[in-house]
Design a protein around this ligand. Structure first.
Ligand code: NAD
Ligand code: ZN
Length: 244
């Protein structure tokens, strides 16, 4: 059992406004590798070297091979108890915002209704020339899929060096500002601007709690760190919320 402080318990029991930021770590227990963990064949490439537009233009076949591997991996995994705990939280709090850096769609598959996806969605793809959307089912099965207009089709995720969808980030920032409790789960808290959200929340007086088995950049700033796996800690937090 984790230790839940009286302060955190009282926030969970009585606050109205909660904002949650998740990163790759929340999906680790579903079997989705984080960028820091071993990824077999792909461990010799740094994600930053593959997940950027220059790498894609230089070698679209290699980048597509990596994304096909990740898409296939994701089709064979399921949401874990941490994703499910957040579905329960969404139902309980009047003002609840779930923000994720993940592209794996596991929050939606678990049943969360509203998810702010800061880095896009790996199930989507679009043409770099005319912006037409393609889902995986209507994507050409060639090594490098092309649009009818001749443009290159790319995965619908935000790559290193690209800006985040403006409106989505603004909504996330506003939720961080008005939150009374901010949970930062399974993120190394180094990828900006997502990593600024707990800092903004803290500045605005929110109670910032980190859940991560390891110390991160946020640990020194957070009001509390729960050094535990998300799938272990989150269901225990949900258990102390009064049932309504
Ligand atoms: P990261 O890989 O940099 O960090 C993952 C963090 O999760 C680490 O701090 C690690 O200690 C922690 N962690 C590992 N297992 C955990 C568990 N069971 N419970 C809680 N925490 C755990 O990931 P990041 O901070 O999300 O940033 C990297 C970028 O990579 C993001 O932009 C993200 O979009 C992308 N990414 C996404 C996925 C995905 O969609 N599942 C997977 C890999 C990377
Ligand atoms: Zn096109």
């Amino acid at each position: 059992m984790i230790q839940i402080t009286a302060k955190l318990a009282s926030k969970l029991k009585s606050c109205n406004s909660v904002c949650v930021l998740t990163g790759a770590g929340i999906s680790a227990e579903s079997g989705v590798p984080t960028f820091r963990g071993p990824e077999g064949l792909w461990s010799k490439f740094k994600p930053e070297e593959l997940a950027n537009v220059q790498a894609f233009l230089a070698n679209p076949a290699l980048v597509w091979e990596w994304y096909r591997y990740r898409k296939t991996l994701l089709k064979n995994v399921s949401p874990n108890p941490a994703h499910i705990a957040l579905v329960k939280m969404e139902k309980h709090f009047k003002d609840f915002t779930l923000v994720t850096q993940n592209v794996d769609n596991l929050h939606a598959r678990a049943g969360s209704h509203k998810v702010l996806c800061l880095h896009g969605n790996i199930d989507k793809n679009y043409c770099m020339t005319c912006a037409k959307d393609f889902n995986d089912a209507n994507l050409a099965q060639t090594t490098v899929p092309k649009c009818d207009c001749g443009g290159l089709v790319r995965p619908g995720v935000v790559w290193f060096g690209e800006s985040l969808p403006t409106q989505t980030f603004e909504e996330a920032e506003s939720a961080a500002r008005r939150s009374q409790l901010f949970l930062c789960i399974g993120t190394s808290a180094v990828v900006y601007p997502a990593a600024s959200l707990p800092l903004i929340a803290k500045e605005c007086g929110s109670y910032v709690v980190e859940i991560n088995p390891e110390v991160t950049e946020l640990s020194a700033i957070a009001d509390e760190s729960i050094f535990e796996k998300a799938g272990v800690a989150l269901p225990q937090l949900v258990d102390i919320i009064p049932k309504n």
